[in-house]
Each structure stands twice: as structure tokens, then as C-alpha cells.
Design a protein around this ligand. Sequence first.
Ligand SMILES: NC(=O)c1ccc[n+]([C@@H]2O[C@H](COP(=O)([O-])OP(=O)(O)OC[C@H]3O[C@@H](n4cnc5c(N)ncnc54)[C@H](O)[C@@H]3O)[C@@H](O)[C@H]2O)c1
Length: 314
Amino acid sequence: MNVEKTAAIVGVGLIGSAWSVAFARAGWRVQMYDERAAACEAYGAWADATWDAMVAHKLVTAADARAARQRVTLCSTLPDALDGACYVQESAAETVEVKTSLFSQLDGLIGKDTIIGSSSSGIPGSAFTEECKHRGRMLICHPVNPPHLIPLVELVPTPWTDPEVVEKARGIMTAIGQTPILVRKEIGGFVLNRLQGALLNEAWALYEDGVASLDDIDATVRDGLGLRWEFMGPFETIDLNAPGGISDYASRFRRMYSEMNNGRKKGPWPDDVIKRADEDRAALLSRSQLKPRSEWRDGYLMDLVAFRKGMKRD
Ligand SMILES: NC(=O)c1ccc[n+]([C@@H]2O[C@H](COP(=O)([O-])OP(=O)(O)OC[C@H]3O[C@@H](n4cnc5c(N)ncnc54)[C@H](O)[C@@H]3O)[C@@H](O)[C@H]2O)c1
């Protein structure tokens, strides 16, 4: 067995399943485990449909897809899944209790150099690895759903993660085609969800205050900001939005942005506003169409990924 390229995935849900495609596509053997037999039973049909769709969207050849699919094994015990794995991607439920108990089990089972990355969306690793003997080899490797189509991974070390382990995790993620970024300090929501949260909080506030309709707020991102954001971030965007670059942009607009910040709303989105947004969305998309529309989104995403593969980026 090639230990160098064997990953264990613990939790065969939405994210664990997608991770299996990312690893297997890159030539890794994948050993999967879930405590629920039903999750493993559902995996086969999901994987077949996913690989078929990737072939149809020209993201992989049929022969490569078949070979990759065969590199994935479903295991009936956690030790079987960990056997010979140099890397574990924990993808179980997002609660401190589940992750604490699972990491304590993994701590007693992993090989001497094995690294464990957690898919945690927002719980920092220090909340569930502190008591582990091998805590220096544990960190967050937070993907974006679905990781086989969206490459970004946030590496979030705990205060006790060995810096060498962070570099190894970065190497593994890069080798399988992901784009790792480093979150230098533990912070709720990490970077991605904090950025998404800033936009979402503002979108809810604008909607609540009746500044624009829900559909027009979506259009502002879809047909406005989002076009540039598909291939550049906020800093590169503003660097190119003033003749003298980022400092020129800041001198022209920082007062405007600072004044906007002063009026910012805090606190959770109100129930009555959520109810109204739900009705507005239902008028645009019947609730029975949520699943087909999600499939439409995934198809669009695959076309976009295929387009980006052929795009000259620098
Ligand atoms: N859904 C997303 O958009 C998203 C995006 C990025 C990261 N994440 C994170 O990924 C992780 C998994 O999320 P998901 O959306 O795949 O959830 P999910 O509910 O679809 O899957 C979780 C799976 O873990 C299994 N599980 C729970 N406890 C287990 C244990 N002790 N041992 C083995 N298996 C166990 C469950 O049976 C389930 O099948 C979470 O930490 C989540 O926050 C989710």
C-alpha cells in the first residue's frame, strides 16, 4: 500500500463524500468510515452520479473517473479506515462534543506521522484537541462545499499545532489540487465565513430596511460584484479601481466606507424578516424546486471550473 498517498475520511456526509472525489481524482487511495451504515449505503449512488457529471462536464475523462472511483474503499470500522493513512480528513458533525470524542478516538489510533485535518466550519481546533496526546499533528482544514469543485481550503492551526505539520498539510492540499490559505490566528468563522458573513449581514439589513428587493440585492452580486469576484479578491479589485492603486482608492473612498460602518446593524437576523425573505424567495423559486435548482447550480459550477481550467490566469 502506498502510505504516502492514502487518506482516511471520517464522516461520509455531504463534505466527506466530496473530499473523497478530490483525493481520489489526484491519485490518492481513500478509506472512508461513517458510524451510520446508511451514510455508507448512500455513498455509491452519489459517487456514481458525481463522477458521471464530472465526465459530462469534461472535468475528467471516463477512464480516469473509473480508476479514481476504484481507489475509494468504504470501511466498516474506524481502525480499518485509518490503516496506513498518512492523512485523515475528519468530516463528522459540527459539534464540540462529537469532534472532542472523535479526536480522542483518532488520537489513540493514528500512525506515528499521521496528520489530522478537521473540516470544521467554525469551531476552532483548540476547542476539541487540547487533551490529545498527538495534538501537534491536528489542525483545521476547512473546505468550501463542495471541495472537489471549489478549491479553497482554510488551514487553521491551533496554538499547539506543529508549524511543520501546517506546511505538510499545505503540501498535501496543494498536491491534490486545492488552494490552501493560512489563517494565522484562531477566530470564529475563520476568514471565508467572516467575509461571507459581512456581506450577508449587510444584505439582510438592506432588505429589512426596504432599501432594495431581495431579488435586486441578489442581482447586485450576481451581475455586479460577483463577476470580478469570480477571479479576484477585494484588495486586488480596489487596487485596479483607482488610477493610483490601492492607496489612491483608500484616499478617495475610505470616508464613504467608514460612514457606512457607523450605521451597521448588529444582532441576529429577525424572525419576521426571515419569514418575509422566505416568502419572497418562494415566489421566485417554488420550494419543490430547491433540489433541481441545486443540481443546476452544481452543473453551472462544473462548467465554470472547466472554463477556469482553460483560462490563462497570470
Ligand atoms: N455543509 C457544508 O456546506 C460544509 C462546508 C464546509 C465544512 N463543513 C463541515 O464539514 C463537516 C461535515 O459536515 P457535512 O455537511 O458533511 O455534515 P453531514 O451531516 O452531511 O455529514 C456528517 C457525517 O458524519 C457522520 N458522523 C457523525 N459522527 C461521527 C463519528 N463519531 N464517526 C464517524 N462518522 C460520524 C454522520 O453519520 C454523517 O454521515 C462539519 O464539521 C461541517 O461544519 C460543512
